[in-house]
Design a protein. Structure first.
Length: 453
């Protein structure tokens, strides 16, 4: 790009390491508040615990490997940029649209959870209208400026982390290991085929504990000294989230009858209610502050999908208007609005998205996980390819235990994707069909454009 066109697509650098940690944790922290408990219904508490250990190991290996790519290629497209450099337009399109599906379909699930939390205090509120209202508010905040958005993200993330620690402390007196282990294999015998099948089926809900942490990569162009600040944010972020995930899951499961929490969008307030009662001030505090965890992820993922859509449009894979920046705030406002429209349509698409016995939320979570796992696999393949093809590339952070760590992350992503396809075949077909259409159309769109003068 040349001249004014380049200036119109320049993102300002204003984020420090603390902002980036807030984004890393904030993107994910709603996953500690809801969504994961659906895994209990499939695998039981003990089966799901094993699944979560395996998924956590995958994410630790992935993030330590992914950080090499992020620091070597600090680009708003994140995985799209890495795959484009490693595999060309087709690989870039696959990674870019897989990431976009992940980041566009995660917010509707979170918006519905925000509505569920508000509905506890205000039962008269319409759940879907409240979810749409959340979209409108946080799209506007994202458009208002990246430093404002990131500072808000950091603030609510700190409060949300503190609230999870409070939750664990309040329910600790009522914790019972026998509660956690009762029926812990979801009605199956330990390590029977039924129990093992339940563990594999529960993979997307274990991934929900960590889904979207890679979104920090999409803030790389707006980071100060990204080669130093991004590794700090990623490493501290994944450690924070791992501790919180296991703490919340174990404490909630031991607080009472966990089977009552396995199909809810608000498991933590319900777990706390079993310990302190429905009229406790602690419960009301959790409901209100618990909203902050959902808001942190909702707000942060909107930031992520806007940057991914912006990067794809800037590179010619999507229509050029999606790469426009707001003339005053220098944020990708058109992309922010476009992703929001898709998310709102998803909220009102029960009959299209909700498959079989799955709830709308569970189906949306599964679609987002399909996108994430495909992107993880392509990103690790890009890491291996670039190590071989460009050995002299400047790599401020190198993946530890190479090639074992990225190899393990790649293998786990393939195993998880296989299980996801097996247990969600109809959704897998839908995902593949959508990916095939958008990838082919986007590559043709890019090739049909005349080169810049």
């Amino acid at each position: 790009m040349h001249g004014s066109q380049q200036e119109q697509t320049h993102l300002s650098k204003s984020l420090n390491a603390f902002h980036l940690w807030g984004i890393a944790v904030g993107l994910v922290i709603s996953g500690e508040y809801f969504g994961w408990s659906y895994g209990w219904g499939l695998a039981g508490t003990l089966g799901f615990l094993i699944t979560t250990v395996a998924v956590a190991a995958m994410y630790v290996a992935f993030i330590f490997s992914f950080t090499e790519l992020t620091t070597a290629i600090p680009h708003a497209g994140g995985p799209f940029a890495y795959a484009l450099r490693a595999f060309g337009p087709w690989g870039g399109a696959i990674a870019g649209f897989a990431t976009l599906i992940e980041f566009v379909f995660a917010p509707p699930a979170i918006a519905l959870a925000i509505s569920a939390y508000l509905n506890i205090q205000f039962p008269v509120l319409d759940v879907k209208l409240t979810a749409v209202g959340a979209y409108l508010v946080f799209m506007a905040l994202n458009i208002a400026g990246v430093r404002i958005a990131a500072t808000f993200e950091l603030f609510v993330t700190l409060l949300a982390v503190g609230e999870l620690l409070v939750f664990m402390g309040v329910v600790a007196p009522g914790f019972s290991l026998s509660n956690f282990t009762a029926g812990g294999w979801a009605g199956a015998d330990q390590f029977s085929m039924g129990a093992i099948g339940g563990m594999f089926a529960a993979i997307p809900f274990a991934i929900w504990f960590f889904l979207a942490i890679e979104g920090v990569a999409m803030a790389a162009e707006e980071a100060k000294d990204p080669r130093r600040t991004i590794p700090i944010a990623y490493v501290t972020g994944i450690l924070t989230l791992t501790v919180l995930a296991f703490g919340v899951m174990i404490m909630a499961g031991g607080a009472g009858d966990w089977t009552q929490l396995s199909n809810l969008n608000d498991p933590l307030p319900q777990a706390m209610k079993a310990v302190v009662g429905g009229s406790s001030g602690w419960l009301h505090m959790l409901v209100w502050l618990g909203l902050l965890g959902l808001i942190a992820s909702f707000h942060g993922i909107i930031m992520g999908y806007a940057r991914q859509m912006f990067a794809l449009a800037r590179a010619g894979f999507l229509p050029a208007p999606l790469a426009r920046l707001h003339p005053r705030f220098q944020t990708p406002h058109v992309a922010t609005i476009a992703g929001g429209v898709i998310g709102i349509l998803a909220i009102y698409s029960d009959n299209l998205i909700s498959i079989g016995d799955q709830s709308l939320t569970a189906s949306i979570v599964t679609i987002a996980v399909f996108g994430a796992l495909l992107m993880y696999g392509v990103s690790m393949a890009a890491l291996f390819t670039l190590r071989r093809r460009e050995p002299d590339m400047v790599r401020p952070f190198r993946a530890p235990l190479y090639p074992l760590a990225p190899g393990f992350a790649l293998l786990m992503a393939l195993v998880a994707m296989s299980a996801l396809v097996y247990y969600n075949f109809t959704l897998a077909l839908c995902f593949c069909a959508v990916m095939a259409v958008v990838v082919v159309l986007s590559v043709r769109h890019r090739s049909a454009q005349a080169p810049a003068p």
